[in-house]
Design a protein. Structure first.
Length: 160
């Protein structure tokens, strides 16, 4: 298997875990916040789609391209009023398809300086490869959150 195929397989596998976690829920259940956090399943899908698009922009065009992605940090983990779980799933899947297309076409060795942020070392750069690995980590982290939320809603577990 090639490196690109490995990246694609890992991205698709971890997106699949998150999608499995929300399978069979109603819109109302996707909005529930049954744990101590304010996270809901629909909002997690929304957040991961938005962050994925930001990192996709970074991979394709660097920090400047990433900064043009509109991220609402105040409500980005919420499921918007009037939105359905199907809307959140469709957007999440579209963001994933955009990532897959970039994995196929971008030079994985290209490096971009990271955007200025307190959590990044000033002047540090990431390769396109590392960027996609970070997207995998982002999906995985939030899949774990989603699994806890789902189990709190109806006892369903993604793993086990």
């Amino acid at each position: 298997m090639t490196e690109r195929a490995d990246l694609l397989a890992s991205l698709q596998r971890h997106r699949g875990f998150l999608l499995f976690t929300v399978r069979g829920l109603s819109d109302e259940q996707a909005r529930l916040t049954p744990t101590a956090s304010a996270l809901c399943l629909g909002g997690l899908l929304r957040h991961v789609a938005t962050v994925t698009r930001g990192w996709n922009a970074f991979a394709a065009g660097g920090a400047g391209a990433m900064e043009r992605i509109d991220v609402d940090w105040a409500t980005g983990f919420a499921m918007p009023a009037g939105a359905t779980l199907a809307d959140m799933v469709a957007d999440f899947e579209a963001a994933g398809a955009e990532t897959d297309a970039l994995v196929d076409k971008l030079d994985l060795d290209t490096e971009h300086e990271l955007p200025r942020a307190p959590w990044f070392e000033p002047g540090a750069s990431w390769s396109v490869r590392r960027t996609f690995l970070h997207v995998i980590a982002e999906i995985s982290q939030h899949s774990g959150h989603a699994d806890i939320i789902r189990e709190s809603i109806d006892g369903q577990k993604t793993m086990g």
